[in-house]
Design a protein around this ligand. Structure first.
Ligand SMILES: [Zn+2]
Length: 333
């Protein structure tokens, strides 16, 4: 949908009608990082601060923000207050503490952050971010990785680099874990970015920052695996460890046993019965997917849908998404 059409629709009664029809459902917003200035090449999961401010002001006008676990428990119990909404941040970027938290605090809003336990507190970027940084910073004018869909792919402009990153990260995510590691290493070598990469805006929280956020009472935390590998691509025997170790690290550092978890990548194909069994074994009540939708009574508690917000979403489309108007227009509800 064009932004012009979205703005026209925002001026009609459609968003308010859609919101009224969803008053008993829970929208769960999914963010990642929030940055002072837009990144170049364009980066979907680092939202500029001005957009985040505008979105939170809108949420404050139309919704009551509740802690995620509380909102889901109330929905199950049939005691969810109308207009409830929950906010989540995946991956645990440091800029959630430095850039997003002041905006949330100004509105008295609560948020849940999902941490990648082996990388939190290190100078290492997550592997997809390492690849993004390699494409952003490489001196190479072109790259060849035909097995990942790049054939003499030009790297002259930010747009070229964003396209080459998108193509190769998509291909890598589809591979079994050992093969992904080998192809990623080869691609980083081709870009001459094999060494440590300064994470810049992709720096993750330190554990003492996590603890400080926990103490404010405005944040809760959950596991998001140990190294952000896609669980369904992992060999048997590694899935339970990736879930269990991240869950236990969060519990130990925050002093609170998490009741929530988020699947890395989170599409239906990215997690399976092995992950569900591991979560049940740990007593994790809710696991969050990235599948788009509102959470409604009778929901699958280990595949909770969300509404994902990225830097390509205009303010008008954000309003249509969160009010449920986009879902209504697509005829899904
Ligand atoms: Zn993630």
């Amino acid at each position: 949908m064009s932004d012009l059409l979205a703005r026209v629709l925002c001026a009609t009664p459609l968003p308010a009608l859609a919101r009224a029809r969803r008053r008993d459902a829970l929208p769960v917003l999914m963010y990642h990082g929030v940055v002072e200035r837009p990144l170049s090449p364009a980066c979907w999961h680092q939202l500029p601060l001005d957009a985040f401010r505008r979105q939170m002001a809108w949420v404050a006008r139309h919704h009551r923000v509740v802690p995620l676990a509380e909102g889901l428990a109330r929905l199950e119990a049939g005691t969810l207050e109308r207009g409830s909404l929950a906010i989540t941040f995946d991956d645990g970027y440091r800029n959630v503490a430095t850039t997003a938290a002041p905006v949330l605090a100004a509105h008295g809003m609560h948020a849940t952050v999902f941490l990648v336990s082996d990388v939190t507190g290190t100078d290492e970027p997550l592997w997809p971010d390492r690849l993004y940084l390699a494409f952003a910073r490489t001196a190479a004018a072109a790259v060849d990785a035909p097995d990942l869909g790049l054939v003499a792919a030009p790297l002259r402009t930010p747009r070229d680099r964003a396209a080459a990153y998108a193509t190769s990260v998509r291909a890598l995510k589809g591979l079994p874990l050992p093969e992904k590691e080998a192809r990623l290493a080869a691609l980083l070598a081709a870009l001459r970015r094999e060494g440590p990469e300064d994470p810049g805006e992709f720096r993750l929280l330190r554990w003492d920052e996590v603890e400080a956020m926990q103490r404010t009472g405005r944040f809760a935390f959950g596991g998001h695996s140990t190294r952000h590998e896609i669980l369904a691509r992992m060999p048997d025997g590694q899935v339970a460890a990736a879930i269990g170790r991240s869950h236990e690290a969060v519990a130990a550092r925050t002093g609170t046993t998490p009741t929530v978890f988020a699947y890395p990548n989170g599409r239906a194909m990215d997690f399976d019965d092995r992950a569900r069994a591991a979560l049940d074994h740990l007593g994790v009540r809710y696991a969050l997917a990235t599948v788009e939708g509102f959470v409604r009574r009778g929901f699958d508690r280990l595949a909770v849908p969300r509404l994902s917000v990225g830097s390509d979403l205009s303010f008008a489309r954000f309003r249509l998404l969160v009010s449920g108007a986009l879902e209504a227009l697509r005829g899904r509800r």
